[in-house]
Structures are given as structure tokens and as C-alpha cells.
Design a protein around this ligand. Sequence first.
Ligand SMILES: [Zn+2]
Length: 163
Amino acid sequence: MNSSSRKRKVLIVDLDVHQGDGTAFIFKDEPSVFTFSVHCGKNFPLRKQQSDLDISVEDGLEDEEYLFTVADHLPWLLESFRPDLVLYDAGIDPHWDDELGRLRLTDQGLYQRDLYVMKTVVSRGVPIATVIGGGYSRDIDKLALRHSIVHRAATRVWRECGM
Ligand SMILES: [Zn+2]
């Protein structure tokens, strides 16, 4: 089977603090799409959908443990599923200052997370597209700044990987 007739595979990496329940439900019977969600178990939605891989974390998780959790799964997922494209939901609501998040990530932690995800994917020659997600704060300037983190990380990956 050549590459044009082979069904392309997509890995969805959803790191918004809430479960990626929408994509989990939409693609539950679609083997060419693998849904991976890391979320806070006690957060909305109370009734979770079933992703292909759900990692439920406890309230109050901080940068280092969170990053270990992501790094524990992303490499082997890429090696075993071998996606043609990764879609990355870079939700900012795991931030400590988020009104709904319940986790304790810092700006630097979000930046390291985004950098790690993009570098890990791109270094394997797999394209990645990201979307901003989540983020609940009444301070719009803070929120906008936080949403710029993934763009800053993407710029660095783009420069360093010479794409
Ligand atoms: Zn969210």
C-alpha cells in the first residue's frame, strides 16, 4: 500500500486541564485517530468519555510532576501509533492562577510543556498543529499573555529545528 492510499493517522494530544471529552467521543470508533488526554480527574466533566489513553491527575500537581507525566507517555505513543500528524491542545488552564484549573503549573511550566511536546513530535519528523485552549481568569491581559506561551515555544522550536 503506498502512502497516498494508506489512511493517514492523527494523534490528538489534549493537555487542557479538562478531559478532551469531545474528541474522545467523536473519534471513539475511528482507529486512525488516537486521542490522548491528560486532565485533572476531579475537574469537569464529572462523567468522562473514554479516550484511547486517559491520564487522570490529582489536584495540586506542580510543574515537575506534570512534565514527568507527559514525558512518560508521549514518546512511546509516537513510537507505537506512528501518527502522520499531531494535533495539540495547549490548554492553559492547568495554571496555578486559573479559576477552574485545580492544578499548580507556572508560566514557565506551561512553556516547558509546550516546548517538550513540540520538540518531541517535530524531532521525529512528524508535523504538529496546535490550538490554544482553556484559560479562565477575569484578567484578560494575563490570559492573553498566557495564551502567547505556546506561540513563543513554537517559535523557538521552529528556529532550533531549522524548519
Ligand atoms: Zn479547560
